[in-house]
Design a protein around this ligand. Structure first.
Ligand code: IMP
Length: 422
């Protein structure tokens, strides 16, 4: 596996962290290429739970880690996670942070929160960590980058320029308190000492690793359906989680990527607003949420739950150029006698399609066409190989693989690292 992208195939929270952690054992370097502390990775290693927001999951196993230019960084979260690494005996110098990544400034968080409040019933349901406003400023070219903290004069100038505009917005549009230049500057200049040892040339580090024949793992945060360009806009994040984002977000060419492993739950969850055709109606939704522990790592929000959606998954196979799939949390389905799977969408004009609708109105009004597979109704606790799965569980996995015309490489049957069957 010289270079592999791991990408969420649904709306996030597919259990990517655990798969990355597993593959990180065989990797020399793990890279995050987009997103920021809106991601929440829970990884259980040797009974110890790690909850990471900003760092690549590889740090858990002490693997060299990179945060690319395509990421946005909350300096405080980053520094806290450096401390966590130290506390748990991991050398923080394994982390390289791109100087070109953008900093989430305090006004970005305030604007994210205020703008969601203003949108009211039209809100996106963001994680309110300032992600969208930071990427918006990056595109508007008034962002503040990680490397700016290294020069107090440049930093002050950039904060001054940004605040001249932001404070007007904050006071006049959102009717909240403005930020004080002196205070923000002092706080961020203060981060310089903590950030400096981590700042490096992410593109060069990864290029060199690839040239040296090392195994490089690119870890997508969020997921395909939350992709700014190819997801269910506007209910998306503000970056490109899809596999090709790894090339732009790190600064390597697309020809350097050898394989793309998608990660999908054996069912679907979604946090935030937006259409969700296979969402379960009735009490089985709450049952699945409880069984799967489907509450946000970062926000604690209840996740909406649905049965597996093969139309959306087929789309994810396409836009990522997926070469294989990891199917996680199969064990969560063990209690159900029957397992509906969405195999097609019925569109408003009565036609049925296997392909994800290109037009938003078709998607908003799509109804699921179900095929119901038998459940196995027995625990998977003792199962340690794919061949030992109960017949209906194996059939479920094979059904997904056949429908997508894609090999399923890994199957998750429990929370711990070793509960992934290859
Ligand atoms: P933002 O990324 O905070 O701007 O949120 C935009 C959308 O992406 C919202 O629907 C969030 O719930 C969703 N989102 C962001 N990060 C994650 C994640 O790590 N898991 C699941 N959904 C996420």
């Amino acid at each position: 596996m010289p270079s592999t992208v791991i990408v969420g195939a649904q709306w996030g929270d597919e259990g990517k962290g655990k798969i990355v952690d597993l593959l990180a054992q065989q990797s020399d370097i793990v890279c995050r290429y987009q997103g920021g502390p809106n991601a929440g990775h829970t990884i259980v290693v040797d009974g110890e739970t790690w909850k990471l927001r900003q760092m690549p999951s590889g740090v858990v196993s002490g693997t060299q880690s990179v945060i690319g230019a395509g990421c946005v960084v909350d300096a405080q979260v980053f520094v806290d996670e450096l401390d966590l690494l130290r506390e748990r005996g991991v050398d923080p110098s394994i982390v390289t942070l791109s100087g070109n990544a953008h900093l989430i400034m305090p006004w970005h968080v305030t604007i994210d929160q205020a703008s969601e409040r203003r949108l009211g019933s039209l809100q996106i349901g963001t994680t309110r960590r300032g992600i969208g406003p930071t990427y918006a400023d990056k595109a508007s070219r008034i962002g503040i980058r990680v490397q700016d903290v290294l020069d107090p004069k440049i930093l002050r100038q950039k904060i001054e320029v940004a605040l001249a505009e932001k404070n007007l917005w904050l006071e006049r549009i959102y009717e909240v308190e403005p930020f004080d230049l002196e205070e923000v500057w002092t706080q961020y200049a203060g981060f310089a000492e903590r950030l400096a040892p981590s700042i490096g040339d992410a593109s060069l580090v990864v290029d060199q690793s690839l040239r040296d024949g090392k195994n490089v793992l690119f870890e997508g945060a969020q997921a395909t359906m939350l992709d700014l360009d190819h997801g269910t806009y506007p209910f998306v994040t503000s970056s490109n989680p899809i596999a090709s984002g790894a090339a732009t977000g790190i600064g390597i060419g697309p020809t350097r990527i050898d394989r793309v492993l998608g990660v999908s739950k054996a069912y679907v969850t979604r946090v935030g607003e937006g259409p969700f055709p296979s969402e379960i109606e009735g009490p089985q939704q709450a049952q699945l949420r409880e069984l799967g522990g489907e509450f946000g790592t970062v926000t604690g929000r209840e996740r909406r739950c649905g049965w597996l959606d093969l139309v959306a998954l087929r789309y994810a196979v396409r836009v990522n150029g997926m070469t294989s799939l990891a199917l996680t949390k199969l064990d969560v389905l063990s209690d159900f006698a029957e397992l509906p799977v969405c195999v097609r969408y019925r569109l408003p004009d009565g036609t049925e399609t296997e392909h994800f609708p290109a037009h938003q109105s078709d998607f908003h009004h799509a109804r699921p066409v179900w095929e119901t597979l038998p459940g196995w109704q027995q625990t998977l606790d003792g199962v340690s190989a794919l061949d030992d799965l109960p017949g209906p569980a194996r059939e479920y996995v094979e059904f997904v693989s056949r429908s997508l015309e894609l090999p399923i490489e890994l199957v998750g049957v429990g929370a711990a690292r070793e509960r992934v069957l290859a």
